[in-house]
Ligand binder design. Structure first.
Ligand code: NAD
Ligand code: MG
Length: 383
């Protein structure tokens, strides 16, 4: 039995990870952590019988303890709980399927404990890649990408040996507002932005996909995972989401991974790498698709992607500012407190206002996050 722990078991990636566990039958989930959906978490505990569970809020944890007394499963809470799940001795792989910078400390702790990381939580690499990548090398721990584009790149690199990447072609669906101009973004409502054309995902990443901030984060994620320069990453809008991304080698050969849009494939690949297992589901039918099309991203309209490049060029803690401002702005948009264009306006304002720190350590990264949040809160109360 392969033993895994999951951070964010009740989310989109978390539940699909459990689908794989159910389908394959030779993985044991030894620990899981979730935010607030304790009824789903209870059902997962009854089905998968982990030995440790963490719930963010202590009140909810205690409610869950009462409801699951019969199971005798240890239930912990808070950041300490997340850390305990991340380093549980029995597990071999940690699936990081929580959202946001909250994943930094648990990911670092898991690497230090020698766990392989199946990484969905891209915000962690964007903000702390300069800490996490060297640490993973030091502890000889593989970081296995779960993000579909990065899994596609990783799959396209199999068998590459010492051959260097010449370019990465990072595909993007373009989101639900592809083709619109800036003045057509003003009245977008939460419901409109939550409708992704090809993928069903958590709320935050769905909004990020619509603003192209997700692609900005993914460019940064690719830079850390595959050790390439920014100008080696080309974002290609490909609305059909059939080519999940590709690698170009020095001889001009482009190797890509194609498939139906199904996150269970990259999750399963990360869990069983380098083995390929059977996976249920639809197969790619090129006759049915017929047309594959490609466009340049419109970075004048979708400023989120342009700002990501700026953040990367500045380096230091500025990617953290970009990410933190986005996390805050998206939650304000989801709470209907700001308009859609204000998401990128707030990111830009935060980036202009931020104090630069080169090589930030974890405390400085979290300090930068707090400062970005405070800046936005002040701006909101002055509104
Ligand atoms: P989601 O919102 O569906 O799920 C988030 C999970 O994190 C839930 O289980 C939630 O309970 C848990 N969580 C939230 N706050 C928590 C807290 N304080 N403590 C413990 N757990 C907490 O999100 P998702 O779409 O599954 O995305 C997860 C990560 O994977 C994100 O970083 C996202 O960018 C990345 N990702 C997702 C997809 C996708 O298809 N959903 C694809 C690529 C990458
Ligand atoms: Mg992706």
């Amino acid at each position: 039995m392969k033993k895994i722990a999951i951070l964010g078991s009740t989310g989109s990636i978390g539940t699909q990870t459990l689908d794989i566990v159910r389908e394959q039958g030779d993985i044991q989930v030894v620990a899981m952590a979730a935010g607030s959906n304790i009824s789903l978490l209870e059902a997962q505990m009854r089905e998968f019988r982990p030995s440790l569970v963490s719930v963010w809020d202590e009140k909810k944890a205690s409610e869950l303890r009462t409801n699951t007394k019969d199971l005798g499963i240890k239930i912990v809470s808070g950041m300490e709980g997340l850390l305990e799940v991340s380093v549980i001795p029995e597990s071999e792989i940690l699936v990081t399927a929580i959202v946001g910078m909250l994943g930094i400390r648990p990911t670092i702790a898991a690497i230090k404990a020698g766990k392989k990381i199946a990484l969905a939580n891209k915000e962690t690499l964007v903000t702390a890649g300069h800490i996490i990548i060297p640490l993973a090398k030091e502890y000889k721990v593989p970081i296995l990408p779960v993000d579909s584009e990065h899994s596609a790149i990783f799959q396209s690199l199999q068998g590459a040996g010492d051959n260097k990447i010449s370019r990465i072609l990072l595909t993007a669906s373009g989101g639900p507002f592809r083709g619109r101009k800036a003045d057509e973004l003003k009245n977008i409502q939460v419901e409109d932005a939550l409708k992704h054309p090809n993928w069903s995902m958590g709320r935050k990443i769905t909004i990020d996909s619509s603003t192209l901030v997700n692609k900005g984060l993914e460019v940064m994620e690719a830079k850390w995972l595959f050790d390439v320069a920014l100008d080696q990453i080309q974002v290609v809008v490909h609305p059909q989401s059939v080519i999940h991304s590709a690698v170009e080698y020095q001889d001009g050969a482009v190797i890509a991974q194609l498939g139906t849009p199904d996150m269970r494939l990259p999750i399963q690949y990360a869990l069983y790498y380098p083995e390929r297992r059977n996976l249920s589901g639809r197969r790619l039918d090129l006759f049915e698709i017929a047309d594959l099309t490609f466009e340049k991203p419109d970075t004048d309209t979708f400023r989120g992607l342009a700002l990501a490049y700026q953040a990367m060029e500045k380096g230091g803690n500025i990617p953290t500012v970009y990410n933190a401002a986005n996390e805050k702005a998206v939650s304000l948009f989801l709470d209907r407190k700001i308009s859609y264009p204000e998401i990128t306006e707030l990111i830009e304002a935060c980036m202009e206002n931020a104090e630069f720190i080169d090589h930030p350590d974890v405390d400085e990264i979290l300090g930068t996050e707090a400062a970005a949040y405070e800046f936005i809160e002040k701006k909101m109360s002055a509104k």
